[in-house]
Design a protein around this ligand. Structure first.
Ligand code: SF4
Ligand code: SF4
Length: 263
């Protein structure tokens, strides 16, 4: 399957809410007449997990990945910049990874490419800490996948496309966006934005900040977790979300060490 996200006025039927067990008819791959059309006319926001998977796939350091393959969208409703994949400069809309044979980074393609043509809405109850989610189809004129005969449940599609880990980590980003939206945008300073970019999109720098500055003298972090920070990019990324919630929104996600008293 080789789906991609879309840019132009898709028909999004959020009234027709789909549950995980609802079915839809769709297929995609080299056999469809529109193969890779969806990768040639798009804007694509990269979440931190998307960026991590892609830069590791491409063996690029974060600084180089951000410089060469992304641009920043700064005016957003939540106040944080959005990292956009830099499209082909000639067309302005063609994904740099699309080839005649399909997606050249298929195993590490972004979450939006995986879940398409399904959309997911997810909200977290502020008090009960429960999450409500539903799904819907995104239909666009050029996408002929809905004319194919294969049937899926939403659950089957999500599993087949490997979306679960993306959803889990992307929900953490959505929580930050919600916090950012609640706060007046003017309160997010350039320093806050720098913290956001370092923690979520520059794992090497964030790792150094946590392990080599005085961070661990100030914060009480589980030593087993600290040990994993050296090698586990996902643990480090999850911790980055916790730190940002604490540092930017005063959420109680980290514990400060008690000062050592002199005898
Ligand atoms: S069927 Fe849709 S998702 Fe698949 S290649 Fe065609 S346009 Fe893209
Ligand atoms: S990353 Fe792959 S699937 Fe996504 S738009 Fe680019 S070529 Fe298409």
């Amino acid at each position: 399957m080789e789906p991609g996200p879309k840019e132009t006025q898709p028909l999004i039927d959020t009234n027709a809410r789909l549950s995980l067990d609802d079915r839809f008819q769709f297929d995609c791959g080299p056999h469809v007449p529109c193969f890779t059309e969806c990768c040639r006319k798009l804007q694509l926001v990269l979440t931190p997990y998307d960026a991590l998977r892609l830069r590791k796939r491409l063996h690029m350091a974060s600084d180089r990945f951000l410089d060469e393959l992304t641009i920043l969208r700064r005016r957003t409703s939540h106040g944080f910049p959005e990292v956009m994949l830099r499209m082909d400069p000639d067309s302005g809309k063609r994904c740099p990874f699309v080839t005649e044979a399909g997606c050249s980074v298929y195993e590490d393609r972004p979450g939006a490419c995986r879940i398409y043509p399904i959309g997911r809405a997810s909200t977290k109850h502020p008090i009960l800490d429960t999450r409500e989610e539903f799904y819907f189809t995104v239909k666009e004129d050029h996408c002929r996948g809905f004319e194919q005969r294969r049937e899926w449940t939403v659950r089957e599609w999500i599993s087949d496309q490997g979306v679960e880990e993306y959803n889990r980590l992307n929900d953490l980003l959505m929580e930050l966006y919600v916090l950012g939206s609640r706060r007046r945008r003017a309160e997010l300073t350039p320093q806050h934005v720098q913290m956001f970019m370092m923690a979520l999109y520059n794992g090497e720098r964030f790792r150094e900040f946590v392990l080599k500055s005085g961070f661990l003298r100030r914060f009480d972090v589980d030593p087993d977790l600290v040990e994993r920070f050296d090698s586990d990019d996902i643990d480090l990324l999850e911790f980055a979300f916790q730190w940002l919630k604490f540092a930017l929104f005063q959420e109680p996600t980290l514990s400060i060490r008690e000062p050592v008293k002199n005898p």
